[in-house]
Design a protein around this ligand. Structure first.
Ligand code: GLY
Ligand code: MN
Ligand code: MN
Length: 473
């Protein structure tokens, strides 16, 4: 439903016909209720907050957008609640560009719209949203979706204006205009705001560090829970649930669905069913990231030996993946192309699987861009993606700005090589089958080289074994 459509919906029906199937649970409000519900409430605390830390950063981002689209009216909708089923919705998640340009994330209001109205020398920017309703309205007491009586306090125009340091107005006063550019409808605008996130500012970098730090604690929790996971028929769900608890308690939630993939499941790159058992002697691949309240997310993978120690073949695969990750890290320098990071990792992967006799060609032939690729059977995904408000950030950036783009200070991206030998892959010796390993770290590019934001989470095989012993000890 578009913002405009939603906003013209009539007041909620509080006394529906008895035969209605959508209101068959609702009791009519008796007159005594209607006569008294709007009175007897304490005055609201109208103290205005100081601008949040992110406010000046968001203002700079808006200034960049304004400068790029002179004379154009720009509309950046937050998006609406999405129905899960019947009258239950998914948790609201504002559009990433909206959050980036307003600084309003987990506490934002569905259906809000950020509007840039052109002026002689730039734009007037206004944030329109559905302000809380007066307590005399039916919305207050009868609207289970937005009424404060049902969902708790909602913000005022003045409160949000002070908090975000932005002009605000009521959603009712927002009207579409001819010729305006709307995010997701206009390719240039959509691309511009995506590319604007390629280089992170200081606020964003601090939030990424926060997300990584909470994620590190979530991984400690996971290790602590491994005995419980082994004891449970659906041990992968135990791992998912333990991480979820940390993500919700200390952050906004997960930035993406957790992958808790034990044994052969680790070879399925998008294993999010997480309904398998966790078996001693196997590895468990955990790909999980906490999203902070600001929406910035970590994206970390660790592959853990369930029993605390790697077997010889598991360690061989694991340390090869680490070698690939280290090669990618070494290749990451300001001024090189993003894809060179991936290529460095793939050279290691190709060389090792060739050495192990897994390829029908040499490593060099496999690395041929046109005729090769045989090694990619064992690592089909890319080594890196930009990371930020979205786990796969800057998704609408042009290829020449992304995969073929040049690394610059302030970029944050993953390094996440892996090796995956599926349980039924007859091209590998039996000892490799069912082993899947990925090591994923979050990297900040600086003038002085790459900084591994997740360096505090143990990486090498020896460190991982010591980590498990320490946390479980
Ligand atoms: N967790 C998604 C990814 O690693 O890209
Ligand atoms: Mn990733
Ligand atoms: Mn990941």
């Amino acid at each position: 439903m578009s913002t405009a459509e939603r906003d013209t919906i009539a007041e909620p029906v509080v006394e529906a016909p008895a035969e209605s199937t959508t209101t068959n649970r609702k009791q009519p409000f008796p007159q005594g209720f209607l006569d008294t519900i709007s009175t007897g409430w304490a005055e609201r605390d109208e103290t205005l907050p100081s601008p949040r830390t992110q406010a000046p950063f968001a203002a700079e981002r808006r200034a960049a957008v304004s400068a790029a689209f002179p004379g154009k009216r720009l509309v950046i909708p937050a998006g609406s609640l999405k129905q899960r089923s019947n009258d239950t919705d998914y948790v609201f998640r504002a559009h990433s560009a909206f959050a980036h340009l307003t600084g309003w994330a987990s506490d934002s209001e569905p259906d809000s719209v950020l509007v840039f109205d052109p002026t002689a020398d730039g734009h007037d920017v206004t944030l329109y949203f559905r302000e809380r309703a007066d307590r005399t309205t039916t919305e207050f007491y009868a609207d289970a979706t937005v009424g404060e009586f049902w969902i708790g306090p909602r913000p005022s125009l003045a409160g949000v204006a002070a908090d975000l340091a932005i002009a605000t107005d009521h959603l009712h006063r927002f009207a579409p205009a001819d010729g305006e550019l709307v995010l997701e409808e206009d390719d240039d605008l959509t691309r511009f705001v995506s590319e604007l996130r390629l280089v992170k500012d200081d606020f964003e970098i601090a939030e990424m560090r926060r997300a990584v730090d909470i994620t590190a604690q979530g991984f400690d929790d996971v290790i602590r829970s491994l005995p419980d996971a082994v004891a449970h028929a659906r041990g992968e769900r135990v791992v998912e649930g333990v991480f979820h608890r940390r993500a919700r308690e200390d952050g906004n939630g997960e930035g993406y669905d957790t992958i808790a993939a034990s044994g052969p499941h680790a070879c399925y790159l998008h294993w999010t069913r997480n309904d398998g058992s966790v078996v001693p002697g196997d590895l468990i691949l955990v790909d999980a990231g906490v999203e902070a309240d600001s929406y910035y997310t970590a994206d970390i993978t660790r592959t853990l030996p369930v029993s605390g120690t790697f077997t010889e073949v598991q360690r061989r695969v694991y340390e090869t993946v680490r070698e690939a990750a280290d090669a990618a890290f070494a290749a990451a320098r300001v001024g090189v192309r993003f894809r060179e990071v991936h290529e460095a990792a793939m050279r290691v992967i190709a060389a090792r699987v060739a050495e192990w006799g897994l390829l029908p060609v040499t490593a060099e032939q496999a690395l041929d861009a046109d005729a090769g690729g045989q090694h990619r059977r064992y690592m089909v995904h890319g080594t890196s993606h930009h990371l930020g408000i979205d786990v796969h950030d800057c998704a609408q950036a042009r290829r020449e700005m992304y995969y073929d783009g040049i690394l610059a200070p302030g970029m944050v991206f993953t390094i996440e090589p892996g090796l995956y030998f599926q349980i039924d892959d007859l091209t590998v010796p039996a000892e490799y089958r069912g082993i899947g390993v990925r090591i994923e770290d979050d990297i900040l590019m600086t003038e002085d080289g790459p900084v591994n934001l997740s360096a505090g989470i143990p990486r090498t095989a020896d460190e991982v074994e010591a980590w498990i012993a320490r946390v479980q000890g």
